[in-house]
Design a protein around this ligand. Structure first.
Ligand code: AGP
Length: 594
C-alpha cells in the first residue's frame, strides 16, 4: 500500500515529511516523492527506489513550510520515476493511495489532457484540475469528487499559489494530525508520532483543509463537521501493526479485504474475467512451479484446474524443476507463482522456460517485480504488502487466483455457468465469521504446543491444504510437523503414531470423507490426539478429541476457510511457544539466493 504524509506549519516541511514517510516503510514501496512550496511555486522531486535515494536528490533544509510526500507500492504501472507520486497536472499536485476503478473511462473523458504516466493517480490530478477551473474553489471540487471517482482513494492536494493542504479519503486510510507548530495528513498514525499524538479521523468522502495554524473538516456535502480530537496512546511500533500484536495476525485479519480486492479485480463481470484470462483455454498441459507456500498453493490449483478445466497440471518445486528435463506438449504453459516476484529458483524456472520457447504466466503480488516483468503474462493478486515472513494473505489470494482460473476454464468449457460467481461474493463475510471467534483454534493450539511432532492428514485438495498448514506450523512455531496423504500413512509413517501424538485431519470433500475418517480411526486406535477440521458434522464422536467445523462451500472456494483456521492454529502455537512470529529464525521474506 502507498504511504502519504503532508505538513503545513511554522517548521520546515521537508524533514517532517521524509521522517513520516520513513515510518511508513512497513507499508512497502518501490518509489518515493515529495512536493513542497517555495516562493508560491510547487517543486516536485520523485525517485524510484528507497527514500534514501530521494533524500540524495533534494535539499532537506530548503525553506518550505507546506508540502506532501508519498511512497508508492505500485498497483497501476510499473515502478519508475514517471509513475511515482506526486503527480502534477495544471495547477494541481496530488499524492494518492488507493485504486480508481474507472480511471480509464475518466481518462477518455479528459481528452484535453496529455498524460505522461500509466497511473490512475495522474487521471485524478487532471480531474481535480478540470473541476478546479470550473469551480474556482477546491472545497466545491472535493465535495463533487465522489460523483466522479469509483474505487478507493486517499488524496493529499496542493494548489499552485495556495499555502494550504487539501485532503480527502474514501476507503483508503488518512488521518489529520494536529500540533502547536503545524498540521499533518498521513496514511497512518506512526507517521506523525515523532511530532504529535493528537489526530482526527475523517470518514469516507469527508475532506479537510489544513493551514499552518488551523484545520477545518467538512462533511461529504461540504458542511463544516465537528470532530473529536483523538490521542494515540502507545509506541510507533504498536501503531504500525494497527494494534495487532504481530504483523502475521494483522495480515491474517486483512484476508477478507484483500481476497475480495483480488476477486473484484477479475470477476466484477464475465467480460472482465474473460479479458484477463483469455487464452488459458488453449493449453494442453500446465506446469505450476513455485517454492514453499507458492508450491503448496499450486497443488490446490492442480486439483481445481484439472477438475474444472480438464487440463493436465503438473506441480513442482522450482529448485527441482529448473534442473529437470521436461517433455513439453505443443501447447504447454509454465505458470510460476511468487508473492515477492524475486525468488531466485522461481525466476530461474521462468527464464529457462522462456529460453525453451514455452509460454509463461506468473501469479505475483509485488507489481513490477522481476518475475512479473519477465513473464509473458502476469496475473497480479491484490494482497498488499506482506511483512510477516510466513505468508498468509498472499497465499490465500494466490489460492483464489487459481480458483478463478479454474472457474474461467470451467465456464469457457461449459462445465460451469456464470452463476458460479455467487460463490465468491460473500467470502469476506464467511472469513470474518471465522476471524470473529478464534476460540477453537486457540484451544487446539493449547492442546498441541508442547508436542514434538504434529501430523496433518488429508486427501486430494485437503492434502494440499495439509502441506501448507504443516509448513505454517513449522516455520513460525518451530514445532516439527508432517503433512501426509491420509491413505499413505499406513504404508510406513503410522509407526510414528503413539499415545498423544497430535493428528490434525482435514476433510472437506464428500467423495473421500468416509475414507479419510477410516484413516483417522486407524490413528485413534493407536492413541493419537485427534483434531478434525471439516465442513460436515461428524457423528462418530470417537474419531476426534476436538472438532472444528467450517461452512460447507463450493470446492472452488471452500479450502480458503480451512487454511485460515490452520494459519490461526500455527499463529497461536507460536505465541504459546514465545517465538519471534514475524521474523522466524533462519528465514527471510524473499529468498533471492539459490
Ligand atoms: C511462506 O510462508 C514461506 N515463508 C516461503 O515458503 C515462501 O512461500 C517461499 O519462499 C516463496 O516465496 P515467494 O512466494 O515470494 O516466491
Amino acid at each position: 500500500m502507498c504511504g502519504i504524509v503532508g505538513y503545513v506549519g511554522k517548521d520546515k516541511c521537508i524533514p517532517r515529511i521524509l521522517s513520516g514517510l520513513e515510518s511508513l516503510e512497513y507499508r512497502g514501496y518501490d518509489s518515493a516523492g515529495i512536493a513542497y512550496v517555495v516562493n508560491n511555486l510547487v517543486k516536485i522531486t520523485k525517485k524510484q527506489g528507497r527514500i534514501s535515494n530521494l533524500k540524495e536528490n533534494i535539499n532537506i533544509d530548503e525553506e518550505s513550510y507546506v508540502g506532501i510526500g508519498h511512497t508508492r507500492w505500485a498497483t497501476h504501472g510499473k515502478p519508475c520515476q514517471v509513475n511515482s507520486h506526486p503527480h502534477r497536472v495544471g495547477k494541481v499536485t496530488i499524492v494518492h493511495n488507493g485504486i480508481i476503478e474507472n480511471y480509464e473511462t475518466l481518462k477518455n473523458e479528459l481528452s484535453d489532457y496529455d498524460f505522461v504516466s500509466e497511473t490512475d493517480s495522474e487521471v485524478v490530478a487532471a480531474l481535480v484540475d478540470k473541476l478546479y477551473k470550473e469551480e474556482k474553489d477546491v472545497k466545491h471540487v472535493l465535495a463533487k469528487l465522489k460523483d466522479y471517482l469509483i474505487g478507493s482513494y486517499a488524496l493529499g492536494i496542493l494548489i499552485e499559489g495556495d499555502d494550504k493542504i487539501y485532503a480527502i479519503r474514501k476507503d483508503s486510510p488518512l488521518i489529520i494530525g494536529v500540533s502547536e507548530n503545524g498540521n499533518f495528513i498521513a496514511s497512518d498514525v506512526p507517521a506523525i508520532l515523532e511530532y504529535t499524538n493528537l489526530y482526527y479521523l475523517i470518514l469516507n468522502n469527508e475532506f479537510a483543509v489544513l493551514s499552518k495554524d488551523d484545520v477545518v473538516i467538512y462533511d461529504e456535502n461540504g458542511q463544516i463537521s465537528t470532530k473529536n480530537l483523538l490521542t494515540f496512546e502507545g509506541s510507533r511500533e504498536a501503531a504500525m501493526k494497527n494494534g495487532y500484536e504481530h504483523y502475521m495476525l494483522k495480515e491474517i485479519y486483512e484476508q477478507p479485504k484483500v481476497i475480495m480486492d483480488t476477486i473484484k479485480e477479475y470477476i466484477s463481470d464475465v467480460d472482465t474475467l474473460k479479458e484477463k484470462m483469455n487464452g488459458l483455454e488453449k493449453y494442453e498441459e500446465i506446469d505450476i512451479v513455485g517454492c514453499g507456500s507458492a508450491y503448496h498453493v499450486g497443488l490446490v490449483g492442480k486439483s481445481l484446474i484439472e477438475k474444472y478445466g480438464h487440463i493436465r497440471v503438473n506441480v513442482d518445486i522450482a529448485s527441482e524443476y529448473r534442473y529437470s528435463d521436461h517433455i513439453y506438449k505443443d501447447n504447454h504453459l509454465v505458470l510460476v507463482i511468487s508473492q515477492s516476484g524475486e525468488t531466485a529458483d522461481t525466476l530461474a524456472v521462468l527464464r529457462k522456460a522462456k529460453e525453451d520457447g514455452i509460454d509463461t504466466l506468473a501469479i505475483v503480488n509485488v507489481v513490477g517485480s522481476s518475475i512479473a516483468r519477465e513473464a509473458d503474462k502476469v496475473l497480479y493478486i491484490k494482497a498488499g504488502v506482506e511483512i510477516a515472513v510466513a505468508t498468509t494473505k498472499a497465499y490465500s489470494c494466490q489460492l483464489i487466483m487459481l480458483s478463478m482460473i479454474a472457474m474461467y476454464l470451467g465456464i469457457n468449457s461449459g462445465r460451469l455457468d456464470e452463476s458460479i460467481f455467487e460463490e465468491y461474493k460473500s467470502l469476506d463475510k464467511l472469513i470474518n465469521d471465522i476471524l470473529d471467534d478464534t476460540s477453537d483454534t486457540e484451544s487446539v493450539a493449547a492442546m498441541i504446543y508442547k508436542n514434538k511432532d504434529v501430523f496433518y492428514l488429508g486427501r486430494k485438495i485437503d492434502y494440499a491444504i495439509c502441506m501448507e498448514s504443516s509448513l505454517k506450523l513449522k516455520e513460525v512455531s518451530y514445532l516439527h510437523s508432517e503433512a501426509y496423504a491420509a491413505g499413505e500413512l499406513k504404508h510406513g509413517t503410522i509407526s510414528l503414531i503413539e499415545s498423544g501424538t497430535p493428528v490434525i485431519s482435514i476433510i472437506t470433500e464428500d467423495d473421500i470423507r468416509l475414507k479419510t475418517l477410516s484413516n483417522v480411526k486407524e490413528v485413534c486406535a493407536r492413541g493419537a490426539l485427534s483434531i478434525v477440521i471439516t465442513n460436515e458434522e461428524v457423528l462418530d464422536k470417537d474419531v476426534y478429541d476436538k472438532l472444528i467445523l467450517v461452512p460447507k462451500l463450493h470446492d472452488l472456494v471452500g479450502s480458503i476457510l480451512v487454511v485460515i483456521k490452520c494459519q490461526l492454529i500455527a499463529y497461536y502455537v507460536a505465541k504459546l511457544n514465545g517465538c519471534d512470529i514475524d521474523k522466524p529464525r533462519n528465514l527471510a521474506k524473499s529468498v533471492t539466493v539459490e
